[in-house]
Design a protein around this ligand. Structure first.
Ligand code: SAH
Length: 214
């Protein structure tokens, strides 16, 4: 399941991410700790620690490690913070956030990915606080407010219901755009005001509207 070979490759990946500008020690430690190869189809196992995205079930994609690291850095996460994640996917980003000491609440709209990620996160002992099958556009009002929110699919426009679930002083990291996305952070300044910052260009799978069955 986990070998010295994997550990060595992970260390190299961490060095690469540092070269690409990731400085947050908590992020780098988490990447060094989470076995990404277990979140991929085994045909990609030898490539799991390259900075590449791969297909996962239901036509979805596990993000590049750099993207995971960059979004995690933008969250400016501190242990014990409550984080809402939209788009559990394989569960890899979830595992990184849990390894960083966050209390993670995560939503996914593809049932088979919910099942896969739940099993894997349990197996490697990096379970989120709460994991559900549902529509990410709604967030989780019953668990709000959150210190941080991370969206791992491309939202066509700002999902307003989500940012309303931030604490004052909280940060949301959301890629926004139809075909391609720009990365944005929203700092909630007060009840009504958000401070927006724009980062680089990215390409995510789309954040899809609610399905009729969920
Ligand atoms: N963080 C994931 C990346 C998954 S790709 C990983 O590390 O593997 C984005 C995920 O967002 C997909 O699994 C997709 O099914 C999910 N998604 C898209 N629209 C959604 C929505 N409205 N609510 C919840 N999840 C959504």
């Amino acid at each position: 399941m986990e070998s010295f070979k994997h550990k060595g490759k992970r260390r190299k990946l961490v060095e690469l991410l540092q070269e690409k500008g990731i400085e947050d020690e908590r992020v780098l430690n988490a990447i060094n700790q989470v076995p990404r190869h277990l979140f991929l189809n085994s045909v990609f196992e030898d490539h799991a620690y390259e900075d590449k995205a791969f297909p996962i079930a239901a036509d979805q994609t596990i993000s590049h490690p750099y993207t995971v690291a960059f979004q995690s850095s933008l969250l400016d996460l501190h242990p014990g913070e409550k984080v809402l994640e939209i788009g559990t996917g394989s569960g890899y980003q979830t595992a990184v956030l849990v390894a960083m000491g966050a209390e993670v609440y995560t939503i996914e709209r593809q049932k088979n990915l919910v099942d896969f990620s739940r099993n894997m996160l349990q197996k490697i002992n990096l379970e989120p606080k709460y994991q559900t099958y549902g529509d990410g556009y709604k967030g989780l009002p019953s668990f709000a407010p959150f210190d941080k929110i991370i969206v791992t699919a491309g939202a066509p426009s700002l999902p307003t219901l989500l940012v309303q679930q931030l604490k004052i002083g909280g940060i949301a990291v959301i890629p926004i755009g139809e075909e391609n996305q720009k990365m944005y952070t929203y700092l909630r300044v007060d009840e009504r005001k958000y401070e927006q910052m724009e980062f680089g260009a990215y390409k995510f799978v789309p954040m899809l509207e609610k399905r009729d069955d969920i």
